[in-house]
Design a protein around this ligand. Structure first.
Ligand code: ADP
Ligand code: GLC
Length: 493
């Protein structure tokens, strides 16, 4: 088995080029961490309209991507290196598929009707690019439904391609809720052969399901936390695929995401009003005051300030928060919310801010700067997700000494240790039941602890700030999984 692995890594979003969520953070960081371990990685993503071509290098030849009955479609290819590394990233430029404002949906939140074509195109373009670059991958690493057809393509359309003869496949599931379910017309365009359109692979109640096919075919399947790897085998978290996943569980692993501490560290964060670290928290008090001022909240240092940053999606527990709002507003805390997403939630939180401006403030929108401000200036961080494959914000919060209040699910459960008033242990506050009562009483518990037990809060804060979730550790686990995938492929051959 080669010491140095060649990895073809394809994702639909990558920081700093395009991002709607944590997938982009992972796709921007993991390839660099793999390269730091000595492996050769190339990253492939679409050239969305928002990505400025003037900063990229254009490859001299266009790339032909076979699309079955739609014939070969020709894309431009642009290149860059991931910032702070030598890892090349290639952008697939095909105006008709990617020249739009949104990544997956229009401004009203409606998914593009040709997402099946768009991401079949991306999945295949990566294989074609490897051919063009004379790259012979040991690992083809796909992420979420967008590139989940790759393991199947490897075993069908590209089966006889000598270049991919040794390539093993890995599929990482960042979120099982979105599976890529489409009309069966895509089978011909995938060119995988109708023999794969069965309930064991691509077919799901008469439709095609990209993620299902990826799970069936990948040599290794990973999820982004160990707990989520267990949860998705149950009806509560399986989104209908739990049985399918259980039948492939021998190939499933859970690897916790890392975080990029070069971006998220309070001692060197270029966005925040003052710097601080675990031994000197004066800057944190200043960040709190500035945050209150910016959001028009009373500048009180005797009240706990609770932050929220995230997509306004059911997954994130916004329904629970809305249901508990009355109790939260009377918990003796202040709140700062940042997010966009479901229209009802945007309206609801704006409305609460309008009526209760002395204790609840929100910004509807996407702002990396404000996300940093909230992580730095809040005392507590609210993340009551119904499910959370990993979650990054709670890990950023730890680093900034902003103690998370979380529901004990997925990566939230794996990264946060519950406060124990007897021993003083813990890094945050957890609840289990997905109910408004459980959420409200846990927020009250956290707010009261903050007010009445400052020494316990200080000890937790120190523990939180000293905890580390480095990419290097995760990358080593991926390395093990890659080697397992290669061994599995050899057994099959
Ligand atoms: P998910 O991928 O499910 O959205 P994660 O916690 O893994 O959840 O990652 C979310 C990422 O997106 C974090 O980096 C977070 O800071 C960022 N983010 C989410 N919403 C916003 C927003 N409104 N403004 C700025 N950053 C945001
Ligand atoms: C998904 C999940 C989130 C995870 C992220 C990166 O979007 O919702 O929990 O942190 O992917 O893996």
């Amino acid at each position: 088995m080669p010491q140095k692995l060649k990895i073809l890594f394809t994702a639909s979003e990558v920081v700093p080029y395009a991002k709607t969520g944590g997938l982009a953070d992972v796709a921007g960081a993991l390839p660099k961490a793999m390269a730091a371990l000595g492996h050769e990685v190339i990253v492939v993503m679409p050239r969305y309209y928002s990505i400025d071509r003037s900063k990229l290098e254009e490859l001299p030849h266009p790339l032909g991507v076979p699309m079955g009955p739609l014939h070969t479609q020709w894309a431009g290819i642009w290149k860059d290196t991931l910032p702070g590394s030598d890892v090349p990233i290639y952008f697939i430029d095909y105006e008709a598929y990617f020249g739009r404002a949104g990544l997956y949906a229009d401004e009203n939140g409606y998914s593009y009707p040709d997402n099946d074509l768009r991401f079949t195109f991306l999945s295949k373009a990566a294989f074609e690019l490897a051919k063009m670059l004379d790259f012979r991958p040991d690992i083809v690493h796909a992420h979420d439904w967008h590139t989940a057809p790759q393991p199947l393509l490897r075993d069908s359309r590209y089966l006889w391609e000598p270049r991919f003869a040794d390539a093993a496949t890995v599929l990482t599931i960042h979120n099982l809720q979105h599976q890529g379910i489409f009309d069966e017309r895509i089978v011909d365009i995938l060119e995988c052969g109708w023999e794969h359109f069965t309930p064991f692979e691509l077919e799901s109640m008469g439709a095609t399901n990209f993620l299902k096919a990826g799970i069936a075919r990948a040599d290794r399947i990973t999820t982004v936390s160990p707990t989520y790897a267990k949860e998705i085998q149950t009806p509560e978290f399986g989104f209908g695929l739990e049985e399918h996943i259980r039948s492939h569980a021998d190939r499933l692993r859970g690897i916790l995401n890392g975080v990029d501490y070069s971006e998220w560290s309070p001692a060197a964060d270029p966005f925040i009003p003052a710097h601080f670290d675990v031994d000197d928290l004066a800057g944190k008090a200043l960040c709190k005051r500035e945050l209150q001022r910016r959001f028009g909240l009373p500048e009180r240092d005797d009240l706990p300030l609770i932050g929220f940053v995230g997509r306004f999606a059911e997954q994130k527990g916004i329904g629970l928060i809305a249901g508990a709002m009355e109790e939260l507003l009377h918990s003796g805390a202040q709140f700062v919310f940042l997010g966009t997403g479901e229209k009802w939630a945007e309206g609801f939180f704006s409305d609460v801010a309008g009526r209760w401006g002395d204790r609840f403030a929100c910004h509807i929108g996407y702002s990396n700067e404000l996300a940093h401000w909230i992580e730095a200036g809040s005392d507590l961080f609210l993340m009551p997700s119904l499910f959370e494959p990993c979650g990054l914000n709670q890990i950023y919060s730890l680093r900034y000494g902003t103690l998370p209040i979380v529901r004990a699910t997925g990566g939230l459960d794996d990264t946060i240790e519950n406060y124990d008033p007897m021993s003083g242990a813990g890094t945050g506050f957890k609840f289990w039941e997905p109910s408004r009562e459980a959420l409200a009483s846990t927020v009250r518990w956290a707010a009261e602890t903050w007010r009445n037990a400052p020494a316990a809060i200080e000890a937790m804060r120190r523990r939180a700030m000293e905890a580390r979730f480095d990419w290097e550790r995760s990358a080593k686990e991926y390395e093990t999984v890659y080697r397992e995938a290669i061994a599995h492929r050899k057994e099959k051959a």
